[in-house]
Write a protein that binds this ligand. Structure first.
Ligand code: NFS
Length: 654
């Protein structure tokens, strides 16, 4: 066991996380002499130069360290300025983030092609209506055609998302027309993800693109290749293959583990393996095997993003977000922790060893030293899933570790989509975004916020997410959520219609009328593309301007940590959204590159970046932006009346 925990360096578990279950497990880990990420995060003192992106490692003349306190005092050995270095570093982060989502999307497309071509037999097309709808959205004729023929055409068209070297990505067509034109005019319309990532890596090489104004163009194009490319392909095809979510009740937090069951956690990002596990755990043979070992059954639960997808589509329970993935193993109750790709901490291997849990990697692109690797193949999913079940059941039968499962469990409504928002507000026959726009125009809803992204052990887990969202809804801002942030709010009990009274009078009235929570969970991080489509639909519905930048809307990733988050942030900014990152941002205030991101892009007609760490400050930065947009749209007056006079509001409603 890891033993070097120094008592005096530890801070109270309450300072490390607001999640009581995670607090309990962190205490236990400390007692057991096991160090978790939550303690490693506080011990690590980040490099003060690196944290502000003031160093360059792109060649071996350095690494060159500039002075973050006096950024123009020095240049790198090659002469690179602070702005070039920060832009190149940011660009390489965005390239990695975009590559991750596109790699995910490309594999989802491969599975879809396998189904369409009849090579993959264990997965199906679940949502043919969505298949037709997506095909039509990019100009594929569907009338009178066999669904598999439409699917084949869709495959061929979407392949261009990754392989195009010229032209435009197919889903660019789904953006508001004026935004498409703006991208074309500025030369940032994404062609294909592979060429965009390749060109960005090339341009950030020593001695290539050394003007941050030019670099930002390729950075933006690569980010847009994520949001309107690979991530959107992943979401849309996953819905088509596994079913488009609709609101469903699901349990969240570590209390979903069951002492008397074989507990299997699936943690990662691609839903295929998880779907395969779901099919396998319902096999009577394995249920009998588990019972023969004394278990009451097999309990399959999720974590992180594929967990969020399975919760949204099938109501599979969710044990927690990124900040709890090591802590959950401390329960001793996890018989197998099964992972695929992305956001899987290497530290899990050590923690799993300490608690005699099987850590099983399943993807050729993600092995972990010390873990058991059982490769998942879509063409024969049971070969992998059955071996996992055999191991997990055997571990249950010979459990050695004491079990301590926190009792926390919160039931909430998950599984909203842009399609469901349209239906929910407009009804089956007149489904549209007009009722949402009307409620924004009449001021009941002040604006819309996307609160998304990771948890980061630099700060108290979940806290900024929860306090920020509470402040937003209190001020009548409807909140859309994805990723680990959605799990933070689910644990805090806000993803239920009963949370409506926490909202301001206008938003709570809408929530009560429709029966919806003030916080809508849309799924995983790739499902941020549902927000892009919803925003485009709001523009199309009319009354709120001509492009996404006109909407009274803002976004935030309060506890971001991954390169994927930076790619997401940049594609939201270049789609027109004011996007705030908590914790900090890798650039130096007052430098030209920083000013471009935080101000210049907005002057060019896009969104802009912001940063702050206090949740109330972040909320009011977002609200101020929303109010600014309301003034520009000329709808601020209605809102003022709404605030001061309840009878006026009733009049508007009638
Ligand atoms: Ni998003 Fe999902 Fe969570 Fe952050 Fe990681 S799990 S893809 S990157 S940590 S929200």
């Amino acid at each position: 066991m890891a033993k070097d925990i120094k008592e005096k360096t530890l801070v109270s578990v309450k300072e490390r996380t607001m999640c009581e279950a995670t607090q309990q497990m962190l205490e236990k880990a400390r007692r057991d002499g096991v160090k978790l990420d939550l303690d490693r995060g506080i011990e690590m003192k980040p490099c003060p130069i690196g944290v502000e992106s003031a160093c360059c490692k792109n060649c071996y003349m350095g690494p060159c360290r500039l002075n973050p306190r006096d950024p123009y005092k020095k240049v790198g050995v090659c002469g690179a300025t602070m702005d070039t270095i920060a832009a190149r570093n940011f660009g390489r982060n965005v390239a990695a983030g975009s590559a991750s989502h596109n790699d995910h999307g490309r594999h989802i497309l491969g599975l879809f092609r396998g189904i369409i071509e009849g090579k993959v037999k264990d997965f199906n097309i679940e949502d043919t209506i969505k298949l037709e709808r997506v095909a039509k959205s990019i100009g594929i004729e569907v009338e009178g055609k066999d669904i598999y023929d439409v699917g084949k055409e869709l495959c061929d068209e979407l392949e261009k998302t990754f392989s195009n070297v010229e032209g435009e990505m197919p889903f660019v067509k789904r953006a508001p027309k004026s935004l498409q034109e703006q991208w074309r005019k500025d030369g940032i319309t994404p062609r294909g993800a592979m060429v965009e990532v390749m060109e960005l890596m090339s341009r950030t090489h020593i001695g290539c693109d050394q003007d941050y104004n030019n670099l930002i163009k390729q950075i933006s194009r690569t980010a847009l290749a994520d949001g309107w490319g690979g991530s959107m392909v992943a979401t849309e095809l996953s819905d088509i293959m596994f079913g488009t979510p609709s609101p469903t009740l699901a349990d969240v937090n570590m209390g979903v583990l069951k002492e008397d069951h074989v507990n299997i956690i699936v943690h990662g990002h691609e839903p295929a393996m998880f779907e395969g596990m779901l099919a396998a755990v319902n096999d009577a043979f394995f249920i009998d095997e588990a019972k023969a070992k004394g278990a009451a059954g097999i309990n399959l639960v999720g974590m992180c993003c594929s967990g969020a997808e399975m919760m949204s589509r099938h109501g599979v329970p969710h044990a927690g977000n990124f900040g709890s993935t090591e802590a959950v193993v401390v329960t001793g109750a996890v018989d197998a922790m099964v992972v695929d790709i992305q956001c899987i901490k290497q530290g899990l291997a050590e923690v799993a060893k300490c608690y005699d849990t099987y850590l099983i990697t399943t993807n050729s692109r993600c092995h972990i030293e010390g873990a058991t690797h059982i490769e998942f193949e879509e063409i024969d999913p049971r070969k992998c899933t059955d071996q996992i079940l055999i191991k997990a059941i055997a571990r249950f039968g010979s459990r050695k570790m004491p079990i301590e499962i926190p009792s926390q469990i919160q039931t909430g409504v998950h599984g909203f989509t842009h399609e469901y928002i349209e239906y929910m507000l407009g009804g089956t026959f007149r489904g549209s975004y007009s009722p949402l726009n009307d409620n924004i125009i009449n001021g009941r809803i002040r604006g819309v916020a996307g609160v998304v992204g990771c948890t980061n052990p630099k700060v108290k887990q979940d806290w900024v997410h929860v306090e920020l969202v509470k402040e937003l809804i209190k001020n009548d801002v409807l909140v859309l959520q994805t990723g680990c942030s959605q799990i933070s709010l689910a644990k805090a009990g806000l993803l239920v219609p009963e949370a409506a009274p926490l909202a301001g009078p206008g938003l709570s009235e809408v929530c009560e009328t429709v029966g919806m929570p003030p916080v809508l969970g849309l799924g995983s991080c790739v499902d941020n593309t549902r927000i892009l489509i919803a925003a485009s639909a709001m523009v199309k519905a009319g009354g709120l301007g001509n492009t996404i930048a006109d909407l009274p809307a803002a976004g935030c990733a309060p506890e971001w940590m991954s390169e994927k988050a930076l790619a997401i942030g940049q594609y939201f900014v270049m789609s027109g959204v004011y996007t705030i990152f908590g914790i900090g941002f890798p650039s130096i205030k007052g430098t030209k590159f920083h000013d471009l991101l935080f101000d210049g892009l907005e002057k060019q007609g896009y969104g802009k970046w912001g940063t702050a760490s206090d949740p109330i400050d972040i909320a009011h930065m977002m609200i101020a932006h929303i109010d600014k947009k309301r003034i520009e749209l000329g709808i601020d007056k209605v809102r003022e009346r709404t605030l001061v006079d309840m009878s006026d509001r009733r009049e508007i409603a009638s």
